[in-house]
Ligand binder design. Structure first.
Ligand SMILES: [Zn+2]
Length: 390
């Protein structure tokens, strides 16, 4: 999927000496399960401190703990808040990046119209910017990752859900309400099933990790998945001794990193119910996750192949729509599902070759994200550089 020229270009540009002259910033990646904070200079993490959001992630509980994590990150990096140019916060949408108010994100129960930017400004007295997580990650890729030096990119992350960030002519496309770039909720199958967003046949519903897992489990419950189920059971029995070849990238091991507590890695593309499977492999209602489906597809199990090929085709159609709507120079794909191997991405790219209009198709490069697990933090920090240029 990724041509070699692209890799070489990116490697060279990442060595740009200009990064060393950038001011220090703080990135905060506010997620549904964990909050990460880091002191950064450009794409370089000088320190990182993470904490779990816990079962009741109310603002009253989370915000003071985030302040503490930031102080720890500053200490680890050997610096103080006075040396910091600003704090960028990547948060789940919907939110208004102009006012820094977070509305009612499904991933953060208990949050309702929280004026996060003003709250942080009152505490730290330095510039604070809040951006939706997919836009921030896209900005990170645009400024410091695979899209460096490229002004029109669309970033898509395909994991549990599907998110997107659109940067056209160097500017994040926000839309009038700040919800532009929701590529996961474009309609792929208008005769399809109802998505959690209210629309029908969304890309996310069909092709996300949870969409893939749901399809597999529905087939199993309908009695069509005996072969897949046997494969999943065998995999679980071996999972403690055999390394998972499709594991997602692990956390960085930079010595300045402090991990207060990390969740188990590699579950980014699974459905919520899939966690039970590792505890009770012999349970009758075993839930199969997206990674298991991908492995079963590679092993030639017909049901799994059909599910992966269906998701791949949906992603391909989604890419065609994006190419037609935005005429981007680059589409950057992140998230665990895009690392599922050639069966998924090659088929998706074939759909692009077969269906997209010639002119925009020939203008676009489709590459993998470069920032990996730190995309949220680098993107959050990048908000400071981005807004200082605007
Ligand atoms: Zn939807």
């Amino acid at each position: 999927m990724q041509n070699k020229d692209t890799v070489a270009d990116t490697t060279l540009s990442q060595q740009s000496f200009n990064d060393n002259q950038l001011p220090l910033v703080i990135g905060v990646d506010l997620g549904g399960t964990q909050i990460r904070t880091a002191v950064l200079r450009g794409p370089t993490l000088l320190s990182r401190v993470s904490l779990m959001t816990g079962k009741t992630p109310s603002p009253d509980r989370i915000i003071p703990r985030t302040y503490t994590a930031i102080q720890e990150a500053l200490g680890k990096a050997g610096t103080t808040i006075e040396q910091i140019a600003g704090i960028g916060i990547s948060a789940p949408g919907p939110l208004d990046s102009k006012t820094g108010v977070i509305f009612t994100p499904p991933n953060l129960p208990g949050w309702d119209h929280v004026p996060l930017r003003d709250i942080f400004t009152e505490h730290f007295h330095i510039p604070i910017f809040v951006e939706n997580d997919a836009n921030a990650a896209g900005l990170g890729e645009h400024m410091f990752g695979g899209g460096r030096g490229i002004n029109s990119i669309v970033y898509i992350t395909i994991s549990t859900g599907i998110g997107g960030g659109v940067i056209i002519d160097g500017k994040i496309l926000e839309g009038v309400s700040g919800t532009a770039g929701e590529v996961g909720h474009m309609t792929i199958d208008w005769h399809g099933e109802r998505c959690t967003c209210g629309n029908i046949g969304c890309l996310e519903y069909i092709a996300s990790g949870s969409g893939i897992a749901r399809k597999a489990n529905e087939a199993i419950h309908a009695g069509q998945g005996i072969e897949l189920l046997t494969f999943a059971r065998t995999m679980l029995q071996h999972s403690s001794t055999v390394a998972n070849p499709l594991a997602l990238p692990t956390q960085g091991h930079d010595p300045a990193t402090v991990e207060l507590r990390f969740p188990p890695m590699g579950t980014g593309d699974t459905s919520p119910g899939s966690e039970a499977s590792s505890e009770q492999p012999e349970e009758e209602h075993l839930h199969v996750n997206a990674r298991t489906v991908a492995l079963a597809a590679e092993a030639g199990i017909p049901l799994a192949r059909a599910i992966i090929e269906n998701a791949a085709e949906a992603i391909g159609v989604g890419l065609v729509n994006i190419i037609h709507c935005f005429n981007p120079e680059m589409i950057i794909l992140g998230g665990g599902v895009t690392q599922m191997g050639p069966m998924l991405m090659e088929r998706a790219l074939r759909v692009v070759q077969e269906r997209a209009m010639k002119v925009p198709r020939e203008a676009v490069r489709i590459v993998q994200a470069q920032l990996g697990d730190n995309a949220g933090l680098v993107g959050a920090g990048a908000l400071i550089y981005y807004h200082s240029k605007q």
